[in-house]
Write a protein that binds this ligand. Structure first.
Ligand code: ADE
Length: 228
C-alpha cells in the first residue's frame, strides 16, 4: 500500500512513522508513506499557502492552488483509490472503515491546518472526509497519524501473529476481553482461574462473556440486537 500525506506541517508526522509496527512495515516493503510539504507547491516566494477568509472571521484558510497542484502531480503519477481529507466535521473513523481502507492500493490524505481549507477543495478534489472524534485538534496531522496507524496494522504480514488484529476490540463489534500475563498472582490480585485451566473452549466462552459484559458497561451504544 502507498500512502501520500499532504500537510502544511510535515515535521509533525515524522516521528509517528519512524517506530514500532509502522517502521517495521515500511522496512518490510508492506507500506510506503510519503510526506508532501504544501509549501513546496506555493507559487509565492514567501511560500504562502493560506489567506484570510472571504467575508471576514477569525483564522486563516488553506488556499486551493498549492493543494490542487500537489494532488494533480500525484494523480499524474498513479491512480488513487481515495483522496481523504481529515476534518472534525466529517464521519467518525471506525474499525470497519479502517478495514475497508486497508484493502486499497494508493491513498492520499490531506490534512487541514489553521482554520480549515477552502471549501472548493472539499467539493471538487476530495473523495472522502474522516474525523477521528468529536473534538477539535490544531490540525489534521495527528488525526492522519491515527488513521494511518489503524490501517497499516491491518495489512497482511504486518502483525507477527496473523490472528492478533482479528481479536482486537471492535473487530467483532465488541470491546476486547481482559488479558493477563505472569505472575498468576501479584499481591492479592489473581488471574481468573479459567485462563490457567488449559480448556480452550471454556477460555473462548469466558472471553466472549467478558467482552459482552465490558461492552454493555462501557460502550452500550456498540451493542446491536444481533450480538448475543
Ligand atoms: N482536524 C482537527 N480536528 C480533527 C479531528 N477531530 N479529526 C480529524 N481531523 C481533525
Amino acid at each position: 500500500m502507498r500512502i501520500d500525506i499532504i500537510t502544511a506541517v510535515p515535521d509533525l508526522l515524522i516521528s509517528p512513522f519512524e517506530h514500532s509496527i509502522i517502521k517495521r512495515s515500511k522496512d518490510k516493503g508492506i507500506v510506503e508513506i510519503y510526506l508532501h510539504d504544501l509549501r513546496d507547491y506555493s507559487k509565492n516566494k514567501y511560500r504562502q499557502i493560506d489567506d484570510y477568509p472571504f467575508g471576514g472571521g477569525a483564522g486563516m484558510v488553506l488556499m486551493i492552488e498549492p493543494i490542487e497542484k500537489c494532488i494533480n502531480k500525484l494523480k499524474s503519477e498513479r491512480a488513487y483509490d481515495e483522496i481523504i481529507f481529515m476534518s472534525p466535521d466529517a464521519p467518525v473513523l471506525t474499525q470497519s472503515l479502517a478495514n475497508q481502507l486497508s484493502l486499497f492500493e494508493n491513498i492520499i490524505i490531506l490534512t487541514g491546518h489553521y482554520k480549515g481549507v477552502d471549501q472548493r477543495v472539499r467539493d471538487h478534489m476530495i473523495t472522502r472526509e474522516i474525523s477521528i472524534g468529536d473534538y477539535v485538534l490544531s490540525g489534521g496531522e495527528l488525526a492522519a497519524a491515527v488513521l494511518v496507524d489503524s490501517v497499516v496494522r491491518l495489512l497482511p504480514g504486518v502483525l507477527n501473529d496473523e490472528t492478533s488484529a482479528l481479536s482486537d476490540s471492535f473487530q467483532d463489534g465488541l470491546l476486547s476481553a481482559p488479558i493477563y500475563t505472569r505472575p498468576a498472582k501479584y499481591n492479592d490480585w489473581e488471574v481468573p482461574k479459567v485462563l490457567l485451566s488449559g480448556n480452550f473452549a471454556e477460555i473462548e466462552k469466558w472471553r466472549h462473556e467478558e467482552a459482552l459484559k465490558h461492552t454493555k458497561k462501557l460502550r452500550p451504544d456498540l451493542l446491536k440486537d444481533d450480538i448475543i
